[in-house]
Design a protein around this ligand. Structure first.
Ligand SMILES: [Zn+2]
Length: 347
């Protein structure tokens, strides 16, 4: 363990009974420190980010249990109970899809406590697959409809791409599942002429095909099968359990994306949850902010949490916050202005 990181078992409430303040270690306000801050709200969605060492500890624990389970040391019922008990405290900060699937899984576990999470997901699969296919076919139908606005040749290509996708979905061959990525790649090969706005609409619709991050049925289907293809390893209970906490794990986001010239310095960085970072990608901050206005208030909650730590003397964060404020003011055209008036310390 990195000795610079904050001890998880030590309360960071600033109490220092019996310890002279000379012994309290003040941490630099870098990303590693923020990674391990307890109850740090994501500056974008406001949900609590799981501390890095706690997240990694849980993932390791899940893997260890999987080994004990497969070697017969750990009974399936205890394995499932252990996973659910570990995940439950984080449930209220799960993102909506994870929350929905976790609820279904805990309900199934209550009825069949002797089964593994992997078995329970496999049992949910046929129904989820049915609903997922229904959603996918509806998207494909609406894409096909756009053909009438296209020149004949493009329409014929669009028709071929959609028919191929539709037949893969209805054939339901486990060795050849419908892949959103492949379909999107095909759609993207359609020629776009200025008058063919319909192709752009088709691409937009194809982008709305369900994924495991935005659709509970797609989540269940993905995590109840083989990892990549039918010849590879099956998804294990430990993989399923880790998937629930992954979106809440800490990542570093470059507020002004690096791809757009953003600097790789701490004052252009914020610790955000994996979910938000994954959605923000290289989208320019003002464009992203327009779609994610909750960040207007959550950036302040993020700052407030760090201010608390600075005022208690555990983190040197004043400079980071002042510089981050400048970055946010500039990128948001003044829409975000951090209130740092509660900062007592400097540096
Ligand atoms: Zn977030």
């Amino acid at each position: 363990m990195n000795t610079d990181s904050i001890d998880l078992n030590q309360k960071t409430d600033g109490s220092s009974e019996g310890i002279s303040s000379a012994h309290v270690k003040v941490h630099p306000c870098n990303m590693e420190t923020l990674f391990n801050l307890e109850d740090l709200p994501c500056p974008y969605c406001g949900k609590k980010i799981i501390q890095k060492i706690r997240f990694e500890g849980m993932v390791q624990q899940f893997k260890d249990w999987e080994i004990d389970f497969s070697s017969g040391i750990l009974p399936a019922s205890e394995y499932s109970a252990g996973l659910i008990k570990t995940l439950t405290p984080f449930q209220e900060d799960f993102h909506p899809i994870e929350a929905a699937v976790f609820k279904r899984l805990t309900d199934a576990n209550r009825k069949n406590p002797e089964k593994t999470l992997q078995e329970l997901m496999t049992e949910m699969r046929p129904e989820s697959l049915k609903y997922l296919h229904k959603t996918e076919l509806a998207v494909l139908d609406s894409i096909e409809d756009l053909g009438r606005y296209l020149p004949k040749r493009t329409d014929r290509r669009l028709y071929r791409i959609v028919s191929e996708g539709r037949s893969i979905i209805t054939n339901n061959n486990p060795g050849r599942p419908f892949r959103r990525k492949t379909f999107l790649r095909e759609i993207n090969t359609l020629p776009i002429n200025t008058e063919d706005i319909a192709v752009l609409v088709a691409i937009n619709k194809a982008l709305k095909l369900p994924t495991s991050s935005d659709n509970p049925n797609a989540f269940i289907v993905k995590y109840s099968q083989y990892k990549k293809n039918i010849n590879s390893e099956i998804v294990k209970s430990s993989d399923i359990a880790s998937r629930f906490i992954l979106p809440s794990s800490p990542t570093v986001d470059h507020v002004h994306p690096r791809a757009l010239g953003g600097a790789d310095i701490d004052t252009n960085k914020a610790v955000t949850c994996f979910h938000c970072n994954n959605g923000k990608t290289d989208i320019p901050f003002p464009v992203w902010l327009a779609d994610n206005p909750q960040a207007l208030v959550n950036t302040q909650k993020y700052a407030d949490r760090i201010i608390k730590e600075v005022n208690e003397g555990t983190v040197h964060g004043a400079t980071y916050l002042e510089e981050l404020d400048k970055t946010l003011v500039e990128l948001s055209n003044g829409a975000i202005r951090l209130d740092l008036s509660q900062l007592k310390a400097r540096g």
